[in-house]
Write a protein that binds this ligand. Structure first.
Ligand code: GTR
Length: 434
């Protein structure tokens, strides 16, 4: 294992004062849901370089520290994804200017993910309000495919492997007419269009089906080197693949004249919130990033071990991260990075972290703290950080450029959440107040 001086140099670390009662035994299995049981930990300082040097200028951040942290996340957490394909290849497969009773344009676009014409295709669905101007647009992957986000009958059913779900009419891993609109509660598309935003979405399983098959299906095999059968320990897991797929969608959105390619917001919920953060960290073309209930491996600090821990996530979802991440199960302090540095990689672009009160598995407080400890990087880059010292109360959104909001209720995406996303985007992306 490599040695990381930045982690073992306490002089340069941030010390967190927590109400600690005890250190956890190395093999803890219980889920921590009590703040008093959160172990004492030391976070790596995002503004300390590999040799203990202080990062004091935006220039040093951009030229040295940012690439250094990206490389640590790539090799230790998500795995390194391949470069973008040289040429973007896509086909508009369906198009209408009469969606939602004539108020919107609908575009369905098949984006070729590899040079192989038989290879995987990302089927993007785009809704845009009717206007002559290019439209700022939210890009958000879905869990069950485009046909579930709306009951618009013109939307094509997914053809990729789907997780069986009785309520959604999915069995034998295949789509059915019954699935139409079954996730529409999370997608208030007309409200979004009314506020002047577009929505672009695709099914994450078009990129890589979400189950552990040793990376035999999905995008991974297309990038294996000669004789390689699975990604190496520091190469992409599924989250990195989904993020890479979001970048391929952005390739298209930036070519479309109807979309404002400079104002595409990377957004995602839960595992796709982790994905949205990593996409925004690695691809600076995203104008802003919003993570909803992203939790462990997303916005939540791993070292807190509150709710879902690194051990638990690696055990339940061995394909999400790169194999090197397994060494940090029950061993979070050894990881050279923590998730506040993922947020810092989005700086100085706007980033909104959203939590839900009952979503303790995702550790709302840990999600807030990531933003808090990323703030010095925003400030170094000359923009405001979170600007609050303490976690705000329920329903008191902090809509700073590095924002945080916690609402009542469960792990979900609600219309209230969308209102916050749009309030945030109005302030920091479309009206660019700061
Ligand atoms: C849970 C997982 C979380 C979160 C969630 C989801 O089972 O433990 O990390 O990603 O799934 O994506 O819905």
């Amino acid at each position: 294992m490599r040695c990381y001086p930045r982690v073992s140099a306490p002089l340069f670390c941030l010390f967190l004062v927590t109400t600690v009662t005890s250190m956890l035994p190395a093999q803890q299995e219980v889920v921590i849901y009590d703040e008093a049981k959160v172990p004492q930990f030391t976070l790596p300082d995002p503004l300390v370089g590999p040799n203990g040097e202080k990062i004091e200028t935006a220039e040093a951040w951009n030229s040295k520290q940012r690439p250094y942290l990206i490389q640590l996340f790539e090799t230790q957490v998500y795995g390194k994804a391949p470069a973008a394909p040289g040429k973007i290849s896509y086909k508009v497969t369906e198009s209408s200017d009469e969606a939602f009773g004539g108020k919107a344009r609908r575009r369905q676009v098949a984006i070729q993910l590899t040079d192989d014409p038989e290879g995987p295709v990302l089927n993007l669905l785009v809704y845009l309000p009717k206007t002559d101007k290019p439209v700022p647009t939210f890009l958000m992957l879905s869990f069950y495919g485009n046909a579930t986000v709306t009951d618009d009958p013109a939307v094509m059913l997914p053809t990729s492997w789907l997780r069986d779900n009785k309520d959604k009419g999915i069995s034998g891993h295949k789509a059915s007419e019954k699935m139409r609109g079954t996730s529409s509660g999370r997608w208030p598309i007309e409200t979004i269009l009314d506020r002047g935003y577009g929505v672009a979405t695709a099914y994450y399983g078009d990129i890589d089906p979400d189950f552990d098959d040793g990376f035999q299906n999905g995008i991974h095999p297309y990038f294996n080197a000669e004789g390689q059968t699975k990604p190496k320990a520091d190469e992409w897991g599924s989250i990195a693949a989904w993020s890479w797929g979001m970048s391929r969608a952005l390739d298209y959105l930036q070519e479309s004249e109807e979309v404002d390619g400079e104002k595409v917001i990377s957004l995602g919920h839960s595992r796709l919130g982790k994905t949205a953060l990593w996409a925004g960290a690695t691809d600076t073309r995203f104008a802003a990033v919003i993570s909803n209930n992203s939790g462990c491996g997303g916005a939540a600090l791993s070292r807190r071990r509150y709710g879902e821990s690194v051990q638990k996530i690696n055990k339940s979802f061995p394909h999400w991260f790169c194999d090197n991440f397994v060494q940090y199960s029950h061993n979070e302090d050894a990881c050279p990075v923590d998730q506040h540095e993922l947020i810092a990689l989005i700086a100085p672009r706007p980033c909104l972290i959203c939590s839900a009160e009952e979503d303790r598995w995702a550790d709302p407080h840990g999600e807030f703290l990531s933003g808090h400890y990323a703030s010095p990087v925003y400030e170094l880059l000359g923009v405001e950080g979170m600007g609050v010292e303490k976690m705000p109360a329920i329903n008191e959104p902090v809509l700073s450029r590095l924002g945080y909001v916690i609402r009542p209720g469960k792990h979900d995406v609600t219309t209230l959440d969308w209102q916050r996303y749009m309030d945030f985007a109005d302030r920091h992306v479309t009206k660019a107040a700061d």
